[in-house]
Design a protein around this ligand. Structure first.
Ligand SMILES: [Zn+2]
Length: 260
């Protein structure tokens, strides 16, 4: 039997499917980084949060230190004024004012001490968060390296298949190749060829044979099948536009039905 038009495309399609699957693999691998990227972002956020808290506490501490200094200045000023007091009750009034200011100052100083203790605690936490971030960075870098190495391996595989493909392509009729490649680029699953296979159903009338496009599952009529069997021209599936070919069934050749 003369070779069918599509025969030369079958081994090419096998390689193109391999290439397609390898490219999908290579493009999906970076997604595996999402997990470690998430952990790293989380660690960074935690560190930034504690650093912001420290900054706010230090700012509040500085404000209170200023307030303490203001109290000291006021006390010094009133102490000087009290020296000029001529009467005892006048002097006592100054003293009362001073002790009031001192009491307020003590309250501010207590608060300041509390803030300084909080800063100390937060700085311990900051160290911990820095360590966590360092670990997350190391984990991310290791994972990135691993994935990049895997992608490089897949890319080398693709190169290998591509060179095999180039050799194979040289032996295919130009026009057939052009048609095939036009279909291939239009499909996102790497399949330009569609195997047409038969399946049997037991119905009222007995055993009935149906033919189906393997690319999209649409049923074929006998006229399509006859044309495929002759194989003189390229046949496209009316539904998925793939190039159809008859699936070889070398194990049970007697089962291949004769065209009606
Ligand atoms: Zn189809």
């Amino acid at each position: 039997m003369a070779p069918r038009k599509t025969d030369s495309l079958i081994p090419l399609q096998e390689l193109d499917l391999q290439i397609h699957l390898l490219r999908v693999q290579a493009s999906e691998k970076p997604r595996q980084l999402a997990d470690v990227e998430g952990k790293l972002a989380h660690a960074r956020k935690n560190l930034e949060a504690v650093q912001a808290e420290i900054k706010a506490l230090k700012l509040e501490g500085a404000k209170r230190e200023l307030t303490v200094k203001e109290f000291d200045d006021k006390v010094a000023k009133i102490t000087t004024q009290s020296m000029t007091a001529r009467k005892n009750d006048e002097y006592q009034a100054f003293q009362k004012e001073i002790s009031g200011l001192m009491a307020d100052k003590t309250r501010v100083e207590d608060g300041l001490l509390d803030i300084m203790m909080q800063v100390e605690e937060k700085m311990k936490l900051e160290k911990l968060r820095q360590e966590e971030q360092k670990q997350a960075e190391a984990g991310h870098a290791a994972e990135k390296k691993r994935i990049e190495a895997e992608v490089a391996t897949v890319n080398r595989e693709i190169e290998g298949v591509l060179s095999t493909r180039a050799a194979l392509q040289a032996g295919i009729e130009k026009e057939i190749l052009r048609v095939y490649e036009r279909v291939l680029v239009a499909k996102d699953d790497g399949l330009a060829l569609s195997p047409v296979a038969k399946y049997e159903m037991i119905e009222d009338v007995g055993k009935v044979i149906y033919w189906q496009c393997g690319g999209c599952g649409v049923g074929l009529n006998m006229q399509d099948v006859n044309l495929l069997m002759m194989g003189k021209e390229i046949q496209f599936c009316r539904t998925c536009s793939r190039i159809m070919y008859l699936k070889q069934e070398p194990l049970v050749p007697k089962d291949v039905p004769k065209p009606l």
